[in-house]
Design a protein around this ligand. Structure first.
Ligand code: SF4
Length: 347
């Protein structure tokens, strides 16, 4: 059964809801090994043995939103807030450049301090000083005009996880002022403007079902993103979902493989959350079809404060300064970290 579905995916036959359920619920690990191996082969055909690295700079943990799953939501009074200065952000890039990073991901909450003008100035500075690098922004929902301004300042890519493509599910994860339609509008705007755009979702988020995952995959099919970020849901102690069950490694790996087979050229990270729930999560993610890793380039003193979920790994090989360890771990499974912008897999 799994073999037939995987062969169909490879031939572009798509995926029915029943087939998705069969892949997610299958208890036969030999059959699932076939899924993962074929997803990896699909990635190899586009990217070879190259694994792209991104330097993640978490530059503010202030956020105006109150997403129920997030440790830096505005309602969490226990979060210790910080912002990096423009100078500190540039220093992170300088260090990252010396370490061989050619993409910087500026990630933060929706922080009013970082106005359109301030973000544009930072992007412009980075692109002026590190002309051969790509800048990715991941700072939430903005107007089309603002996205255009960031793009004109030099931003290349934008990550905005849609989290769930089902409105009722979205409403269970977010307060009522946040709307799935707006999130989708943002993603379509980003694509139209010319960004390499990334969507994605948590695996195992509260109230998620096979049906909602199927809607997520349908939405990804409609949007055609250049990047897809998925990682296991991990609860944070100071959120309404503190006691919810975490997503699993296995479900995340299967979905990485399914997404790789549906979108062979997409940039697919083995996320920090995957590395957090399992010590070999990143390697397993790559072996299931991922082709991107994003070590942390933020100043070490603030890394623990950017806690979207509990026990986030941000030291050791998750830290940019330990890139050699990460490179060795990738080499041990037959892959190499490359010094390159690492763009979307062209045909
Ligand atoms: S998930 Fe993003 S938008 Fe929501 S509270 Fe956290 S940082 Fe803010």
């Amino acid at each position: 059964m799994v073999k037939e579905i995987v062969d169909g995916l490879e031939n572009g036959a798509g995926l029915s809801k029943d087939a998705l359920a069969a892949l997610l619920l299958c208890g036969d690990m030999e059959e699932i090994a076939y899924l993962k191996a074929h997803a990896r082969q699909a990635a190899d055909r586009v990217f070879g043995k190259d694994i792209y690295i991104r330097g993640l700079i978490e530059f503010t943990n202030y956020c105006k939103n109150d997403c129920y799953y997030c440790g830096i939501r505005c309602g969490n009074e226990k979060a210790q807030r910080y912002r990096l200065t423009r100078k500190q952000i540039l220093e992170c890039c300088r260090q990252g450049y010396a370490l061989g990073f050619r993409t910087f991901v500026l990630q933060g909450g929706e922080d009013a301090y970082f106005t359109e003008k301030r973000v544009c100035a930072i992007v412009y500075d980075i692109k002026s000083k590190f002309a051969d690098c790509a800048v990715t922004l991941s700072i939430g929902e903005k107007s089309r005009r603002t996205y255009q301004a960031y793009f004109d300042a030099g931003a290349d890519r934008y990550l905005l996880r849609h989290e769930t493509a089902n409105s009722a599910h979205y409403a269970k994860l977010h307060p009522s002022q946040m709307r799935l339609e707006n999130r989708k509008r943002c993603l379509y705007d980003l694509k139209e403007i010319g960004y390499q755009a990334g969507a994605g979702f948590m695996v195992g988020s509260p109230f998620q079902t096979v049906d909602t995952i199927y809607e997520d995959l349908r939405f990804l099919g409609e949007l055609g993103p250049h990047m897809v970020g998925i990682g296991p849901f991990i609860p944070h102690r100071d959120t309404p979902f503190a006691y919810a069950q975490a997503g699993t490694l296995e479900m995340t790996l299967r979905l990485l493989s399914i997404i790789r087979l549906l979108h062979p050229r997409v940039l697919l990270p083995a996320t920090t959350a995957l590395g957090t729930i399992h010590p070999a999560g990143r390697e397993l993610g790559v072996q299931a079809g991922a082709n991107v890793v994003m070590p942390n380039l933020s100043p070490p003193q603030v890394r623990k404060q950017y806690q979207l979920y509990d026990n986030k790994r941000c030291m050791g090989d998750e830290a940019a300064e330990h890139k050699q360890e990460l490179a060795k771990r990738m080499a041990d499974i037959g892959y190499r970290l490359v010094v390159s912008r690492g763009d979307y897999g062209k045909e």
